[in-house]
Ligand binder design. Structure first.
Ligand SMILES: Cc1cc2nc3c(=O)[nH]c(=O)nc-3n(C[C@H](O)[C@H](O)[C@H](O)COP(=O)(O)OP(=O)(O)OC[C@H]3O[C@@H](n4cnc5c(N)ncnc54)[C@H](O)[C@@H]3O)c2cc1C
Length: 180
């Protein structure tokens, strides 16, 4: 299981420690200040926080606005009693050494603070429904085979589906995005 919560929290802390001092403000009032910012970002999701951290790290003065009372967007975690829930974001891919998320964290000097647990490739999510008890594992080919055993009548469609997903996956990874 990936620690998306820690990921968001550490970036929030990073943005906060790199901002210039601001007077305390109430939650409902915008800061009455004539200070100028280089960048204003709407939304403290993982996108806004990451961008804010990268810009602040590069020496820019950044302000981020958030409508919710907690930062993190889909990446935040909330508690209900003794249980902790991920709002949406559960797994983070591409976070091994040298991979894209890792590179971004390294650029912010956070790669040692934000660490990840590898998902169990044999199964990290379990679907239980009438007549079905399926544990989702890693690897398109392997999952296609396992699902085809479970739903033999759909084997052809599953094969086509995984071919499309594999092709999309490759095209996304071929996009010229990087953190150099
Ligand atoms: C069910 C589900 C499961 C997912 N699981 C995964 C997963 O396992 N792994 C993965 O990598 N991705 C997953 N995703 C996708 C991932 O959650 C999103 O891609 C990612 O969190 C988006 O981040 P973001 O910063 O772009 O936007 P958001 O997380 O949506 O953040 C936007 C922020 O902006 C704020 N905001 C919006 N409008 C305003 C405004 N006008 N003023 C002030 N604040 C504003 C919002 O309150 C929010 O905090 C999942 C998505 C869903 C829906």
């Amino acid at each position: 299981m990936i620690i998306a919560h820690l990921f968001v929290k550490t970036i929030v802390r990073h943005v906060l420690t790199h901002r210039r001092p601001m007077p305390p403000v109430s939650n409902s009032v915008l800061p009455a200040t004539h200070e100028h910012y280089d960048f204003a970002i709407i939304g403290m999701g993982i996108g806004g926080l990451t961008l804010g951290a990268l810009l602040a790290n590069a020496g820019h003065k950044v302000i981020i606005f958030e409508q919710h009372y907690v930062p993190g967007g889909y990446g935040h975690t909330f508690r209900q009693g003794r249980f902790s829930f991920c709002a949406e974001l559960h797994y983070v891919w591409d976070c091994g050494p040298g991979e894209r998320v890792y590179q971004m964290l390294a650029k912010l000097g956070l790669e040692k603070q934000v660490t990840f647990h590898r998902l169990d490739s044999n199964g990290f999510d379990r679907i239980v429904a009438p007549g079905i008890d399926y544990t989702i594992g890693s690897g398109f080919e392997r999952e296609c085979q396992r699902l085809s055993v479970l739903f033999p009548v759909h084997a052809g469609n599953l094969k086509r589906y995984f071919e499309i997903v594999t092709s999309l996956h490759k095209q996304l990874y071929d996009l010229p995005i990087g953190f150099s």
